[in-house]
Design a binder for this molecule. Structure first.
Ligand code: FES
Length: 94
């Protein structure tokens, strides 16, 4: 994934913005990364990736995600589809 690829696809938050935020703010827990333009507060697909960036920063490692943006977007689309099909419909309440 390149710097300008979006990690949070819901809120269009790039890897570059997340790296800068994490370096500047040093969030104590991964959930504080949501203060960076709402990252992770939509479909929540990116949350494990935000947690990974946080872990890397805590360990003093380079913050990077070894995944292609195409594969990432495809997996997120499948995740959203699964999530939507898990939603109970009005028919399920009978
Ligand atoms: S991709 Fe980040 S909340 Fe949906």
């Amino acid at each position: 994934m390149d710097q300008d690829d979006h990690v949070c696809l819901c809120f269009h938050v790039s890897l570059r913005k997340l790296r800068a935020f994490i370096k500047r703010e040093s969030p104590k827990v991964p959930s504080q990364i949501s203060e960076c333009l709402g990252a992770g507060t939509g479909c929540q697909w990116c949350v494990p990736f935000l947690e990974k960036l946080h872990r890397q920063a805590e360990a003093g490692e380079e913050m990077d995600l070894a995944v292609s943006p195409e594969s990432y977007a495809k997996r997120r689309a499948a995740y959203k589809q699964r999530k939507e099909s898990d939603q109970p419909s009005a028919d399920d309440s009978r």
